[in-house]
Design a binder for this molecule. Structure first.
Ligand code: SF4
Ligand code: SF4
Length: 503
C-alpha cells in the first residue's frame, strides 16, 4: 500500500506498479467496486483540497451533475435583469423606474408615490419569502439565486475556461510572469470587467430609457449619475465576484449571520449522513463488502473539492454552507464509483438523520401560516396593480368660514379639489357635483387641464338655496371626468359634505 492508502492497482502515484493479476483477483473478491482507477485518481488529488481558512483563494472543482444543472437553470432567472429593460409595452419601456419624474411604469400600470403602500407589501412579501425558504429548505437563496454566488460562479467558469482546472490555476498563479500567462490573465480580467460593466449598465437601464442610454452613454451625453452608478457597479462586481468570492459569504454578508435563527431541526438542507458515513476510511480494493469495517465515506475529499466556499460538510452545519448542493453531486458520483448507494450527502433534516418522525411540508402548521401571509401580501399587490385608478380626487372643505350666506339667499361652501392625473396624457377635466336638486357649481365652468403624473388644484364654490336645505349637513358628491388621448373615458368621484346654518 502506498502513502495514499491505495493498493498498487492503478494508483496515480504508483502507476508503474500496476499488477493486472491483483486487479483481477480484487474485482472477483469485491464486485461492488467499479473496475476503474477513478477512485484512486480521486485519492491522488485529494490532498490538493483544503478547508477554507481565508488565506487562499478557493479554486473549487467543477463537476457536472443534477444539482449543477439545477443551479445553472435557476441562476438563469438573472437574464431578466439584463434583458428586461429592452422589453417594450404600449410603445414605451415595459418596466421603468422613472425616479426624476417620480413615476414607475410596470407594463400598463403607472405607480406614483401615492401608491407606495404597494412597495411596502412587495418588500414584506420578499422578506417573508426569504424567511420561509430559509426555514424550510435552508439558504436556497444563497446557493441558487444570490447575485454574489451566481456572479462568482460565472467568473470562476470563465477562469476555468481560460486557465484550466483548479490544479492548473494554482500552478499558473505561482508561475513567473510570462507573455502567455499575461495574455491569459489580461483576457480573464477584461472579461470580468466587461461583465461588471454590463451589470452596472443594466442596472441603470431600469431607471432610464434603455435605447436612449445606449445612444448617449458612449458619447459622453448621459447623466453623470449614470456614469457614477455604472462605475460603482462595475468595480463592485469585479472585486466581489472576482476576488472576494466566498469570503463575501463568510465575512461580509449579514444574511449569513442571521441564518442560524431561521433554521431548525426540521429544515431540509444538504447534510452528511454521519451514521452511514462514519467511521470514514479509504476504500480498499481487496476488501470484501462483508468484511468492511468502515462507513460509506471513502474519505476522498471530493465534497470539499467542489464546495465553492471551501468547507467540509462532514463537520455538520456551518455558516459557510450556502446550500448549493454541489457536494451532493460530487458524493453521489463517488458512491457510484465505489458501488455504494447514493445519498450519503443529501437534502435531509436533522430530525430525519436522527431517525425522528418527520412531517411532510404540507403537514407543518408554519408552512400554512407563512403561506397565508405570503398570499395576503401577494393579493394586496395584485389588487393594487389591477385597481390603480387613472385619476384620483381629493376634496378639502374650507373651514373658515364654513359657509357664506349669499345676497340671493343661497348658502355657499368653498372647496379645494386636488386632481391627480395618473395617465401619461394631458387631461381636460370636467368637474361636476351632485347630492341636491338645486345644487349649483361655480368656478369650474371650463374644463381644467391636468398634467400627466401631477396634482392640479382647483378652487370651486357650491351653492344651495337656504330654504331648500333640509339639514345642517348635506352629503354631496364631486365627480371629475375626462377623455384620454386614446378615446377612453376616465372618471372618479369623492364624497364630501355641504354645511349650512344650524336648523
Ligand atoms: S462525504 Fe462523499 S465526497 Fe465527501 S469524502 Fe466522503 S465519500 Fe468523499
Ligand atoms: S457544503 Fe455542499 S451545499 Fe454547502 S456550500 Fe459546500 S458544496 Fe454547497
Amino acid at each position: 500500500m502506498d502513502p495514499w492508502g491505495c493498493l498498487p492497482i492503478r494508483c496515480n502515484h504508483l502507476d508503474d506498479t500496476i499488477d493486472p493479476a491483483v486487479e483481477k483477483v480484487n474485482l472477483k473478491t469485491n464486485p461492488d467496486i467499479a473496475p476503474l482507477s477513478a477512485v484512486d485518481a480521486l485519492y491522488a488529488e485529494s490532498e490538493d483540497w483544503h478547508l477554507n481558512t481565508g488565506g487562499q483563494t478557493i479554486h473549487a472543482k467543477r463537476l457536472p451533475g443534477r444539482w449543477r444543472t439545477i443551479k445553472w437553470l435557476l441562476a438563469s432567472v438573472w437574464l431578466v435583469y439584463f434583458l428586461g429593460p429592452y422589453l417594450r409595452w404600449d410603445g414605451q419601456q415595459a418596466v421603468l423606474f422613472d425616479i426624476p419624474n417620480r413615476k414607475y411604469h410596470i407594463f400598463s400600470a403607472t405607480v406614483l408615490p401615492q401608491d407606495f403602500w404597494m412597495l411596502s407589501l412587495l418588500l414584506l412579501f420578499f422578506a417573508i419569502l426569504l424567511a420561509v425558504m430559509t426555514a424550510l429548505v435552508g439558504r436556497v437563496w444563497c446557493g441558487f439565486f444570490c447575485f454574489q454566488t451566481v456572479w462568482t460562479d460565472v467568473f470562476t467558469w470563465i477562469e476555468e475556461r481560460l486557465e484550466g482546472p483548479p490544479a492548473a490555476r494554482r500552478k499558473l498563479d505561482q508561475a513567473p510572469l510570462t507573455l502567455a500567462k499575461a495574455r491569459v490573465k489580461v483576457t480573464k480580467h477584461a472579461l470580468w470587467i466587461l461583465i461588471g460593466f454590463l451589470t452596472g449598465f443594466s442596472f441603470v437601464a431600469w431607471f432610464t430609457d434603455a435605447p436612449t442610454l445606449w445612444s448617449t452613454f458612449f458619447i459622453g451625453q448621459a447623466n453623470s449619475v449614470a456614469y457614477a452608478t455604472v462605475a460603482l457597479f462595475a468595480a463592485g462586481t469585479y472585486v466581489l465576484a472576482g476576488f472576494l468570492r466566498e469570503q463575501t459569504c463568510f465575512w461580509l454578508c449579514p444574511y449569513a449571520r442571521i441564518q442560524g435563527v431561521m433554521l431548525d431541526k426540521t429544515t431540509i438542507v444538504p447534510t452528511y449522513d454521519e451514521k452511514r458515513g462514519e467511521p470514514r476510511g479509504r476504500v480498499r480494493r481487496d476488501e470484501a463488502t462483508a468484511e468492511r469495517a468502515n462507513g460509506d465515506c471513502v474519505d476522498c475529499n471530493q465534497c470539499v473539492a467542489v464546495c465553492p466556499t471551501g468547507i467540509d460538510i462532514r463537520r455538520g452545519q456551518q455558516e459557510g454552507c450556502i446550500t448549493c448542493a454541489l457536494c451532493l453531486d460530487a458524493c453521489d458520483q463517488v458512491m457510484d464509483k465505489v458501488g455504494r448507494p447514493r445519498g450519503l450527502i443529501r437534502y435531509a433534516s436533522l430530525d430525519e438523520l436522527e431517525g425522528l418522525p418527520t412531517k411532510t411540508l404540507l403537514l407543518r402548521p408554519r408552512v400554512w401560516v407563512y403561506s397565508a401571509i405570503l398570499a395576503l401580501a401577494l393579493g394586496g399587490i395584485v389588487y393594487g396593480l389591477t385597481s390603480l385608478a387613472p385619476m384620483e380626487l381629493k376634496v378639502l372643505h374650507e373651514r373658515a368660514p364654513l359657509f357664506v350666506l349669499q345676497s340671493d339667499g343661497s348658502i355657499q361652501n368653498k372647496y379645494t379639489l386636488k386632481i391627480l392625473n395618473k395617465t401619461p396624457d394631458i387631461l381636460s377635466v370636467t368637474i361636476r357635483v351632485s347630492g341636491h336638486d338645486q345644487i349649483r357649481l361655480a368656478g369650474a365652468e371650463e374644463p381644467i387641464e391636468t398634467a400627466p403624473g401631477g396634482v392640479t388644484p382647483a378652487v370651486v364654490f357650491v351653492r344651495i338655496p337656504r330654504r331648500l336645505l333640509a339639514a345642517e349637513q348635506q352629503p354631496i358628491v364631486f365627480r371629475v371626468e375626462a377623455e384620454r388621448s386614446s378615446g377612453d373615458p376616465v372618471a372618479t368621484e369623492r364624497e364630501s359634505v355641504f354645511i349650512g346654518p344650524p336648523k
